[in-house]
Ligand binder design. Structure first.
Ligand SMILES: C[S@@+](CC[C@H](N)C(=O)[O-])C[C@H]1O[C@@H](n2cnc3c(N)ncnc32)[C@H](O)[C@@H]1O
Ligand code: SF4
Length: 304
């Protein structure tokens, strides 16, 4: 089956106003995916494709029914789903917890190990988010912490940040470089120069946790300089991105690039025309070319 990377934006509402948000701080026109459509999309994509499915809001926990409805899916479809959240909500609802226990991962966004670093990008109290990560982990949910690599948190990422965040008991960390998209364009947190400090810290700091670092293609040349030392430190480096993408907004707009919330949609999907997604996906014979998408995935850490 054809691999496809799927992003479904369930709702535009959000309780935060992050400085880097490619969704323009949750300020897109209000929209919320119809739950029948959400289920039908996931069923269709997971039975016809080798789909890796990401559910993102805005903030999905503001509309918990977008999670609880997933109880209608079978376990093989649930295992394809990753939900990303800002971690500010702690649900007590059994039907939501039941879904979360059966998905691939609940990815909670944090931007560093100190309130100062976290608040460079996001409002709110870091400790509350970390306490919620512990709560979900203790409820048998696979939790990963997602960090947006930016000019303020790139030094000491491995020797300080990840070591400190491991106190939550989380063993999976996903690091994505900040991209100049949406509010990210004006945030002044993008990394204009090289990632020397970041790579040198990774080489020097042996880790217990599994770390995935996703970078755009423009980082390929400088990775070449560190390749030998990183490989020696146990880091596996892979070029990715040959698979098809499809990004579906809360209003049903279908686009290719996961970072793109604004271009003219290829189509609007609804309950009656889901099959047309096949054409959108099959038309991607060439990898989607983009300055923002992750094209290099590096994995390290003793548990990787
Ligand atoms: C758009 S948010 C939606 C989910 C949820 N509200 C959250 O913040 O985790 C999904 C992820 O994209 C990240 N993100 C947003 N804008 C970004 C940008 N310009 N560059 C890189 N990552 C970004 C966020 O930090 C978050 O981890
Ligand atoms: S990054 Fe997430 S939490 Fe922050 S404004 Fe965007 S959607 Fe909301």
């Amino acid at each position: 089956m054809l691999p496809v990377d799927v992003h479904i934006h369930t709702n535009t509402s959000c309780n935060l106003n992050c400085k880097h948000c490619y969704e323009n701080n949750g300020n897109l026109p209000p929209a919320s995916i119809n739950e029948e459509l959400e289920i039908a999309l996931i069923r269709y994509l997971s039975t016809n494709f080798d789909a890796d499915i990401h559910l993102e809001g805005g903030e999905i926990f503001l509309e918990e029914e977008k999670i609880s409805v997933l109880n209608r899916l079978d376990k093989s479809a649930l295992r394809r789903i990753t939900i990303t959240t800002n971690g500010t909500y702690r649900t007590q609802k059994d039907d939501v917890l039941c879904v979360l226990r059966n998905i691939a991962a609940l990815r909670i966004s944090v931007e560093g190990h100190t309130g100062l670093l976290h608040n460079m990008l996001r409002d709110g109290d870091l400790q509350t988010v970390l306490n919620n990560a512990v709560y979900y982990r203790q409820n048998d949910i696979k939790v990963a912490l997602r960090i947006t690599l930016n000019s303020q948190n790139m030094s000491g990422m491995f020797s300080n940040t990840i070591v400190a965040l491991e106190a939550t008991g989380v063993t999976q960390f996903d690091i994505y470089e900040i991209q100049p998209v949406g509010s990210g364009k004006t945030s002044k947190l993008c990394i204009d120069g090289l990632l020397d400090v970041f790579f040198n810290d990774w080489i020097a700091a042996p880790l217990n946790a599994a770390v995935k670092v996703a970078l755009p293609l423009r980082r390929l040349k400088e990775i070449g300089v560190y390749k030998q030392a990183l490989t020696h430190a146990g880091v596996n480096i892979k070029e990715v991105g040959k698979c098809a993408n499809v990004s579906i907004s809360a209003d049903g707009a279908v686009r290719i690039c996961p970072w793109d919330m604004v271009s003219e949609p290829l189509m609007f999907v609804n309950l009656k025309n889901i099959e047309a997604l096949k054409e959108v996906i099959n038309a991607q014979h060439m990898p989607h070319e983009c300055a923002y998408c992750s094209r290099i995935v590096m994995r390290g850490g003793l548990k990787c």
